[in-house]
Design a protein around this ligand. Structure first.
Ligand SMILES: NC(=O)c1ccc[n+]([C@@H]2O[C@H](COP(=O)([O-])OP(=O)(O)OC[C@H]3O[C@@H](n4cnc5c(N)ncnc54)[C@H](OP(=O)(O)O)[C@@H]3O)[C@@H](O)[C@H]2O)c1
Length: 335
């Protein structure tokens, strides 16, 4: 994937409209990062498609209320029950509490794990002491994927249709030399301030390790139990680079897709595309190769190492019996 190719797609390839007969009438949906950018626009589209229940997973009730008001103002007379659930992915306690609450849902048809951060400097999550982009983009997303799987699987069994887990990934997973792969413990290296230098590279690596976790997860879970896929929305003009400099913000404005287009790509992956996209990465709404590194023999080995390292890192923050149960669940999904 060359930079020129990327620019060409940004400027000339626009996502198609979601088919007008797409209906989410009986569906319960969770979207993380639903108060802004891609997540907010995907949420708006779920309400337009008459979702039964839409759960906006957000950091504060005030952000959630503002998003809900905005979404409903553009969908007057909507019958969707829009709920606001608090989720702070800088806190494992919050992720665990969110997962606990979600596990009590009678149905969960679709979960879009979309929340993410781009940190322009070394920042640590207060409650865990872990570097924030590693925590939000990878560890909390991974933990959430484990927590939501049982209710998604139960929904697949009871509805007769595979429930969906879609993760907002990024093309930048291809743009890093991933120098941490040489470290004895990759995640520990990422969590060591002395090795942090380039914020763009850090964001890219956080998206890469997250993609590898999801790819490994999908290889362990049958598509009929839960269909799992990843999307690359491309560059989208959102608040992702809100702490960045004028150059990056202007770049987003010039080449970025609109948040509505980003939301449409997320909906395409989570709703329109089928079971045949399980374990796959979608770019411009088409199944596309992940990076050559991810697909290489070495990449496969590192993917397995990252699975184990992620479990080890989560061990310090998640009750051991809970973590063991969740990992066991993954490996018995096909039974
Ligand atoms: N924009 C792009 O060019 C682009 C390209 C490729 C991939 N992506 C990915 O797309 C996803 C959505 O990003 P966006 O572009 O729509 O940017 P955005 O407008 O900044 O949205 C990010 C969302 O994630 C939420 N979030 C961040 N940290 C969180 C935390 N600790 N706990 C819970 N929620 C948290 C934000 O909530 P707050 O408002 O509370 O911060 C916000 O709702 C991200 O995963 C991003 O990596 C974006």
């Amino acid at each position: 994937m060359t930079f020129v190719g990327y620019l060409f797609r940004q400027v000339f390839v626009h996502p198609s409209q979601i088919p007008s007969d797409t209906n989410l009438e009986d569906q319960t949906i969770i979207i993380t990062g639903a108060n802004s950018g891609i997540g907010l626009e995907a949420a708006r589209q779920c309400v337009r498609m008459k979702a039964k229940t839409l759960i906006l997973a957000v950091r504060s009730s005030c952000k959630g209320e503002a998003a809900k008001k905005d979404i409903l103002s553009t969908n007057p007379g909507s019958s969707t029950q829009v709920e606001i659930w608090i989720l702070d992915m800088e806190s494992f306690e919050s992720v665990l509490a969110f997962g606990e609450r979600a596990s009590a849902l009678p149905f969960l048809n679709i979960a879009m794990l979309n929340a993410g951060v781009f940190k322009f400097e070394w920042t640590v999550s207060e409650s865990s002491g872990i570097e924030s982009s590693l925590q939000v983009n990878h560890l909390s997303t991974a933990l959430l994927s484990l927590l939501l799987l049982p209710v998604l699987r139960k929904t697949s069994q009871e509805s007769g249709h595979p429930a969906r887990l879609t993760i907002t990934s990024s093309e930048v997973h291809m743009w890093t030399p991933f120098k941490e792969q040489k470290a004895e413990k990759i995640l520990d290296r990422l969590n060591d301030k002395q090795f942090f230098s380039d914020s763009m590279d850090r964001y890219s690596v956080s998206k890469l390790v997250s993609l590898m976790w999801i790819r490994e997860l999908a290889s362990r879970v049958p598509s009929e139990a839960v269909t799992i896929n990843l999307i690359n929305p491309g560059s989208v003009d959102t608040g992702l680079h809100r702490d960045g400099n004028k150059f990056i913000q202007t770049f987003d404005r010039v080449v970025g897709r609109t948040p509505e287009e980003g939301g449409r790509l997320l909906i395409d992956a989570a709703v329109v595309k089928g079971e045949n996209t399980h374990g796959k990465y979608l770019s411009e709404a088409k199944v596309t190769n992940m990076s050559a590194f991810v697909r290489s023999k070495e990449g496969e080995k590192i993917q397995k190492r990252l699975w184990d390292e992620t479990a080890v890192m989560l061990e310090s923050h998640v009750p051991q019996s809970k973590l063991e149960e969740m990992l066991r669940n993954v490996d018995t999904m096909g039974d």
